[in-house]
Write a protein that binds this ligand. Structure first.
Ligand SMILES: C[S@@+](CC[C@H](N)C(=O)[O-])C[C@H]1O[C@@H](n2cnc3c(N)ncnc32)[C@H](O)[C@@H]1O
Length: 281
């Protein structure tokens, strides 16, 4: 990521979550009343201009994946809360809105993000008059150049209490080294801590048609200044997460079965590129 510029891909995914609120049928997979207001007028008008694209299969399948991954993280967080977790750490938070509609009174949220993206998010929150609760702490961190443990400690994380981590839409943009150092840190959290992340399979593991979809998306994020650089097969990611227990690794069929099967519209995942994982300590 460019040091001074907020993440363009954070805006792109937030626009798709907002489109889900406005244009997809009920019931919503991710019911997020802050997804639209956080964008403010300027970015919402961008969304209204592009509604004809929403029905295209690639666009609709990508939107399905993005709303499903946020929903999955929040579902897994509810399990963690039931097991006594009181700290939720959102790594690469972008315009994630969980902290502004947090239904768990006992949970403290730490939003970790690249300083430029976080600054921009705080401006958007202020412009749209979205209240920031005292149960939220912003933690500016560049994963490539700063150490997460020190920054979280300085931000007041209780390191002897279990935490739940969400790492959505970030892993493909990292170097292997940055990915591994964060995984190592999470793996040393107390028992009952957990993690949700999404990852993308390498081009070579995809069927021919999906390779074309991969190329198109990769070209777009590269143009946005945030090229994809890290891919895993399910077997590789399981090896990376070998310090964790109860790995659940979901592909499109499992995600569709869980969140999309009873829908009457066409919203559902296609292909096999993106996957979701939860893992526990
Ligand atoms: C595609 S966005 C996803 C945002 C959010 N998790 C969501 O699902 O809406 C990628 C996020 O990763 C963050 N990111 C990318 N590289 C980073 C780095 N080196 N350090 C910190 N954050 C980074 C960006 O700032 C951005 O918020």
């Amino acid at each position: 990521m460019d040091h001074a510029t907020p993440s363009r891909t954070a805006l792109r995914v937030a626009l798709r979550r907002a489109a889900h609120q406005l244009y997809d049928g009920q019931p919503l997979v991710l019911d997020d009343p802050i997804a639209v207001p956080i964008l403010g007028k300027e970015f919402l008008s961008e969304l209204h201009k592009t509604t004809t694209k929403l029905e295209k299969p690639f666009s609709s399948a990508l939107r399905a994946f993005l709303v499903a991954r946020s929903r999955y993280a929040e579902d897994m967080l509810s399990i963690a809360v039931a097991q006594g977790v009181t700290q939720y750490i959102i790594l690469g938070a972008g315009l994630d809105t969980f902290a502004y509609r947090n239904p768990h009174p006992g949970i403290h949220v730490f939003e970790v993000d690249h300083p430029a993206t976080q600054r921009w998010k705080r401006e958007l929150l202020e412009a749209s008059r979205i209240p920031v609760s005292s149960n939220l702490t912003f933690v500016p961190v560049d994963f490539e150049h700063q150490t997460l443990p020190e920054q979280l400690l300085a931000a007041g994380l209780n390191t002897s209490a279990p935490s739940f981590f969400a790492w959505l839409g970030v892993v493909p943009y990292l170097t292997l080294e940055a990915f591994r150092s964060t995984v190592r840190y999470i793996a040393t959290r107390p028992a009952n801590s957990g993690l949700v992340l999404d990852y993308a399979q390498p081009r070579s593991a995809l069927p021919r048609l999906e390779q074309l979809a991969h190329d198109s998306l990769a070209a777009r994020v590269k143009l946005a200044g945030e090229p994809f650089q890290l891919f895993f097969t399910p077997r590789e990611v399981a090896t990376e997460l070998s310090d964790f227990y109860n790995l659940e690794d979901l592909g499109s069929p499992e995600i569709n079965a869980r969140y999309f099967d009873s829908r009457t519209d066409n919203l559902r995942l296609l292909g096999s590129a993106g996957r979701l994982i939860s893992a526990w300590l």
